[in-house]
Ligand binder design. Structure first.
Ligand code: DSN
Length: 406
């Protein structure tokens, strides 16, 4: 049996170690970041004690309110949180937002549930071309419940919009999904919207257009990436990546889909919302409206570009030849065929540099080995790094990889 006191000490010790790791390591995982003290305070606030299944009363017509008493303050917080986020993305006029999803995966699940039935067809980007697990991977609920067709990237690693168009014609998807976890270039939402509409005029069915902007949401908020608002029917995101907020998800949808999306989140796939996280999401939205946040995001992008350029100058293969956003992929399959992404991730770990192994286009290895690594600049930019530090870090990584070859 576990000794309670000893185990508690062990847990506290692990917390201390994690604090030291986060303070000392160079954090280059593209989806991670460091939240502000205000957001940490919000996460630890007493809102964590409150049950509030349902939605604030009068949120949309027909909404029945909460299933618990004592919700007068969480009602106001949740409504404010929604108002803030619609303002962040300039989407008040035409969109509705649900801030309850516990994660990006839950947001995607609810988004699918709102407009699809099992067996319907989703057209998305595959995992090894930069898509996300929930975009139809066989091992995920999305790949099990739905008929998935993938569009690809071309030989330069760029989204192949012609392939996307051909596959709409061929497979008549019910939903077309744009968005990625490992794609370093601008995604042209307007172009996809126009493809869908032109094909509709040509007599094809009109699929829903969904965007998962989890990775780039901070860039969209700051104007450093084109916005899916005005084009997509449904937009999902997380709040903890470039948005630098609490771990969680959100779904935006055209107003006419509000009821479907709300009921898909609750009671469709979640119970009680995490009100401390919703409170923190509201604070995060306020932070995202500030000039200093916008400056931060533009620095993230400049840093990613400088670091990718430094790797190119050292003759590494940067997928797509560079980056327009907060991350890029190094592909070792030709330059260092004897090393897997996993080998390199593990060696960098020993030097306190944290990255993740990542599949590259036309991947030959399993995702657990992979032939590349993904590098992102959001976290270290939060710590104050600028181009110089990132270029120095690229040189340090090169030295470590070269030593692995000896
Ligand atoms: N797993 C996350 C990432 O690292 O990109 C996406 O959910």
């Amino acid at each position: 049996m576990l000794d309670i006191q000893r185990t508690k000490l062990r847990l506290l010790n692990l917390l201390d170690k994690e604090i030291t790791r986060q303070n000392n390591n160079i954090e280059l995982i593209a989806s991670e970041n460091f939240v502000s003290d205000d957001i940490r305070d919000a996460l630890g606030s007493c809102f964590t004690n409150k049950y509030s299944e349902g939605y604030p009363a009068n949120r949309i017509s027909g909404n029945k309110g909460r299933y618990y008493g004592g919700c007068e303050y969480v009602d106001e917080v949740e409504q404010l949180c929604c108002d803030i986020w619609l303002e962040v993305f300039g989407a008040k006029e035409n969109y509705h937002v649900n801030v309850q999803p516990h994660s990006g995966s839950q947001a995607n699940m609810a988004a699918y549930f709102s407009v699809l039935k099992p067996g319907d067809t989703i057209l998305s980007l595959s995992l090894d071309n930069g898509g996300h697990l929930t975009h139809g991977s066989k091992v995920n609920f999305s790949g099990k419940l739905y008929n998935i067709v993938f569009y690809n990237v071309n030989k330069n690693g760029l989204i192949d919009y012609e392939d996307l168009s051909d596959k709409i014609k061929r497979y008549h998807p019910n939903l077309v999904l744009a968005g990625a976890s490992a794609y370093s270039r601008i995604i042209d939402f307007e172009k996809i919207y126009n493809i869908i509409n032109q094909l509709y005029l040509d007599g094809y069915n009109k699929p829903y257009f969904m965007v998962d902007m989890a990775h780039i949401a901070g860039l969209v908020a700051a104007g450093a990436h084109c916005s899916p608002f005005g084009y997509a029917d449904i937009i999902t995101t997380t709040t903890h990546k470039t948005l630098r907020g609490p771990r969680g998800g959100m779904i935006f949808c055209k107003k006419e889909l509000a009821k479907k999306v709300d009921s898909a989140v609750f009671p469709g796939c979640q119970g009680g919302p995490l009100q401390n996280i919703i409170y923190a999401k509201a604070i995060c939205g306020l932070e995202a409206m500030t000039d200093s946040y916008k400056e931060y995001i533009y620095q993230v992008v400049k840093n990613a570009r400088s670091m990718a350029d430094a790797f190119k100058q050292m003759e590494y293969k940067v997928v797509t030849g560079g980056t327009d956003n907060h991350m890029f992929l190094l592909d070792f399959s030709e330059t260092h065929p004897n090393l897997s992404g996993k080998d390199i991730q593990e060696e960098l770990d020993k030097h306190n540099i944290t990255v993740n192994k990542n599949c590259v286009p036309n991947e030959k290895r399993s995702p657990m080995q992979a032939s590349g690594i993904r590098i992102g600049t959001p976290a270290m930019t939060t710590k104050g790094w600028t181009e110089d530090e990132f270029v120095k870090c690229a040189k340090e990584i090169d030295k470590i990889i070269e030593n692995m070859q000896k």
